[in-house]
Design a protein around this ligand. Structure first.
Ligand SMILES: [Zn+2]
Ligand SMILES: [Zn+2]
Length: 141
């Protein structure tokens, strides 16, 4: 929660129980949830909260660098509270996104083509394929 209070102070945002709950939920969740999924959980504690509020709160968190928005493809945005250096495996069937860690990926150099033109601020490998769960389902048929 330290990052949370630091960032909130830095950006002069008010800490509300709803915001704290949303942050805790996104931190707890390992599935890179959409706003809708977070909303469904938060609603259990705050029945009056709207999906729009949850969505805007998540976007604010992303804006101040508390969480990141997962690189997407036009589908609903997915959010990630894991701030440590990590990479993603995305299942093309169930859209599950799993974190993984690999130091050799972390150390990989960025091509000159890119560094010549752009300022790189973060680096993430995204692997795509079929996850173990979906592979299992296929075998059963
Ligand atoms: Zn899958
Ligand atoms: Zn992640």
């Amino acid at each position: 929660m330290k990052l949370f209070s630091d960032k909130f102070k830095e950006h002069n945002l008010k800490t509300t129980p709803q915001r704290v709950a949303i942050y805790k939920e996104i931190q707890r969740s390992k599935i890179h949830p959409t706003a809708e999924i977070v909303f469904r959980e938060i609603k259990k504690t705050f029945p009056n909260i709207s999906l729009d509020t949850v969505n805007r709160t998540l976007l604010t968190f992303a804006r101040i660098g508390l969480i990141t928005i997962v690189e997407g493809r036009g589908e609903p945005k997915r959010f990630d509270a894991n701030k440590s250096n990590h990479h993603h495996f995305r299942c093309i069937k169930c859209n599950n996104i799993v974190d993984f860690y690999d130091q050799s990926y972390d150390r990989r150099e960025i091509p000159k083509e890119i560094t010549k033109r752009f300022t790189v601020m973060s680096k993430k490998m995204v692997l795509e394929g079929v996850c173990d769960q979906c592979n299992k389902k296929k075998e059963k048929k």
